[in-house]
Design a protein around this ligand. Structure first.
Ligand code: AMP
Length: 299
């Protein structure tokens, strides 16, 4: 039985970074999130792909015991074309072909409806809301989004935030959403909407956790070989909720540990394109880098 429900995109990604280019590689927020979560828990995915989606990609996800009953098939697969310059904290969207995502109607399979942990990975906030409507009151909801939805669907996004336990944003999105340069003010405004915790991801500079009375600063990892940051936010979120689902402890101290597991996964993900680095990852790699993170913080 799955313990983490993930809605998001399963995509073809065409990506160019200063270190190379890939065309129509496997990507999408639900792909990275579920793959990262699968190291700790049993994810179940809700998304859509086209008839052009290769069987190999499906097999890759199934091999990690990711439940794909909620993966609909129709038309052509969503295609994102993005690029990065030397500052890899910000992706530039060159082209978005929605394809089958355009008419996607969320349908949560019966057997997913009692899953206790839900990750609303980056997708249209109205689809995130619809997912919450169809499930039976989960214990724990984590939400991720992107600049596009802040710009064009802010009202729906605020509605989802109100139903969320933990909100994930990157620093640029936090400033954009709450119209302030201060990340502390942005986090406080987000907490006023209902979430118990807000995590502001700062790309290669680590992540900040804000709760009502506490603040934690997760270190960044000094990554030597970085090729492609696509999917780092999604891998972070997937590992974060996967770790919490496995440990079943929502205490602030354990949330800190979950953030470091998220950071470990995101740092590995950036070492290669698509899922290429995560595909080779062993649990011992995760544990070793987790220890390195602990050392970085000791003084
Ligand atoms: P990130 O973790 O923020 O780097 O997410 C990258 C992933 O987001 C890529 O694999 C894309 O396929 C996916 N993506 C790009 N645009 C959108 C969009 N408008 N909605 C949902 N997912 C998207």
């Amino acid at each position: 039985m799955s313990d983490v429900l993930i809605i998001g995109t399963v995509a073809f990604d065409t990506i160019e970074t200063p270190f190379g280019k890939v065309e129509k590689a496997l990507g999408g927020s639900a792909t990275f999130a579920s793959y990262a979560a699968s190291f700790f828990s049993s994810p179940a995915v809700i998304s859509v792909v086209g008839n052009d989606f290769p069987k190999d990609y499906v097999e890759l996800l199934k091999k990690k015991d990711i439940d794909l009953e909620g993966l609909q098939v129709s038309g052509k697969t969503f295609h994102w074309d993005g690029s990065y310059e030397y500052d890899m904290n910000e992706a530039k969207t060159n082209k978005t072909e929605l394809n089958s995502l355009e008419n996607f109607k969320v349908k949560v399979p019966e057997k997913y409806k009692n899953i206790r942990n839900v990750f609303l990975a980056n997708i249209d906030p109205e689809m995130q809301l619809e997912t919450l409507k169809q499930v039976n009151r989960p214990d724990f909801v984590v939400l991720d989004t992107m600049n596009l939805w802040i710009k064009i669907k802010k009202k729906a996004l605020i509605e989802v935030i109100k139903k969320t336990n933990v909100l994930l944003l990157n620093d640029g999105e936090a400033r954009q959403l709450f119209d302030t340069v201060s990340l502390v003010k942005a986090a406080n405004r987000a907490l006023e909407l209902g979430p118990k915790a807000v995590i502001i991801k700062k790309g290669e500079h680590g992540a900040l956790l804000f709760t009502k009375n506490k603040h934690f600063s997760a270190p960044s990892y000094p990554l030597e070989n970085i090729k492609d940051p696509t999917g780092c936010g999604d891998s972070f979120g997937g590992a974060f909720i996967g770790y919490l689902a496995k440990t079943k402890d929502l205490d602030e101290k354990n949330i800190r540990r979950a953030i470091i597991h998220g950071s470990v996964m995101a740092s590995y993900n950036a070492e290669d394109f698509s899922l290429d680095r995560l595909k080779k990852l062993a649990m011992s790699d995760i544990e070793n880098r987790y220890k390195e993170f602990q050392d970085i913080r000791e003084f």
